[in-house]
Design a protein around this ligand. Structure first.
Ligand code: PBG
Ligand code: ZN
Length: 321
């Protein structure tokens, strides 16, 4: 006869035997910097998320530190976009300027930069176009990505996170950084990035909707599990320091697969559409927002994530306090 009784677990014992924990140290908070001053524009599809000018970003960093959040993922929205994303290649472009200012005012803040071109190009694709095939030219994009990485490195970034999913990007960036004297600068690879409808709200905030076509020539098919593992192992072999699965919620099996296939630290990106779903359901009174949010975060950790990149990070930090 089964003698187990769950009722023996009082709340103290339940917390002693809890297998998975969420801590403020698990989180990286995304921030969107744009030109100007005194600008803080809420994104309609993501209540609580803003495009901010640099002065507002600095205020935000102060607030994040009081919440115990010391890691940010920075995206730049430049004043001018062109066919090759020139602003991203300039030492005085939006992102380089922001990194310098943040590191000057908040040396303890761990600043990660998203390294891609879709926010910087007028066509909204993640690299230089191949006009014959009407998609991104992988190898031309590798060349400018190396330049972009050195711009971020010179600005004083703590880690770069290439998100364009070009083939060979990790090896290219590792070589460029090593060659430039930045062999201690880590790379967090967006190693498994699916072509996903969940990025919809992000493209509003980053103003990066592709003007034609989609990203399926460089992002992965959501149906492919073996390919996800293969991409991750390829990035590991090229020198990635941290792997990532993105999006998170519909891909918990992939998180577990990669956790088991690689011993590298693993990040998940709890993306804009996932945030929006909870937010709007919560605002409509359909779910207990805080409870569902924490349950979701536990799910990511239980699936095998070490790091959670999330727009919920501030709310989680406040709840954990
Ligand atoms: C840029 C990039 C995207 C996201 C992060 N970096 C969008 C995309 O690939 O279209 C999505 C993040 C989110 O939805 O929160 N390559
Ligand atoms: Zn991109």
């Amino acid at each position: 006869m089964e003698r187990f009784r769950r009722t023996r677990l009082n709340s103290h014992l339940r917390s002693l035997v809890r297998e998975t924990h969420v801590s403020v140290n698990d989180f990286i908070y995304p921030l969107f910097v744009r030109p100007g001053e005194g600008i803080k524009t809420e994104v309609a599809s993501m209540p609580g998320v803003f495009q901010m000018s640099l002065d507002e970003i600095l205020k935000e960093c102060e607030l994040l530190q009081t919440l115990g959040i010391y890691s940010i993922l920075l995206f730049g929205i430049p004043a001018v976009k062109d066919s090759i994303g020139s602003d991203a290649l300039c030492d005085h472009g939006i992102i380089a300027t922001a990194v310098r200012a943040i590191k000057r005012s908040f040396p303890q803040m761990f600043v990660v930069t998203d390294l891609c071109f879709c926010e910087y190009t007028d066509h909204g694709h993640c690299g230089i176009l191949d006009h014959v095939h009407e998609t991104v030219d992988n190898d031309l994009t590798l060349g400018i990505s190396a330049q972009q990485a050195l711009v971020h490195a010179r600005a004083g970034v703590d880690m770069i996170a290439p998100s364009g999913m070009m083939d060979g990007i990790i090896g290219t960036l590792r070589d460029a950084l090593d060659g430039g004297g930045y062999s201690n600068l880590p790379i967090m690879a967006y190693s498994t990035k699916f072509a996903s409808g969940y990025y919809g709200p992000f493209r509003d905030v980053a103003e990066s909707v592709p003007s034609f076509g989609d990203r399926s020539t460089y992002q992965m098919d959501p149906a492919n599990r073996r390919e996800a593992i293969r991409e991750s192992l390829a990035d590991e072999a090229q020198g990635a320091d941290i792997l990532m699965v993105k999006p998170a919620l519909a891909y918990l099996d992939i998180i577990r697969d990669i956790r088991e296939a690689s011993s590298l630290p693993l990040a998940v990106y709890n993306v804009s559409g996932e945030y929006a779903m909870l937010k709007f359901a919560g605002n409509a009174g359909l779910i207990d927002y805080n409870r569902v949010m924490m349950e979701t975060m536990i799910g990511f950790k239980r699936a095998g994530a070490d790091i959670i990149i999330s727009y919920h990070a501030k709310e989680v930090a406040a709840l954990l306090h």
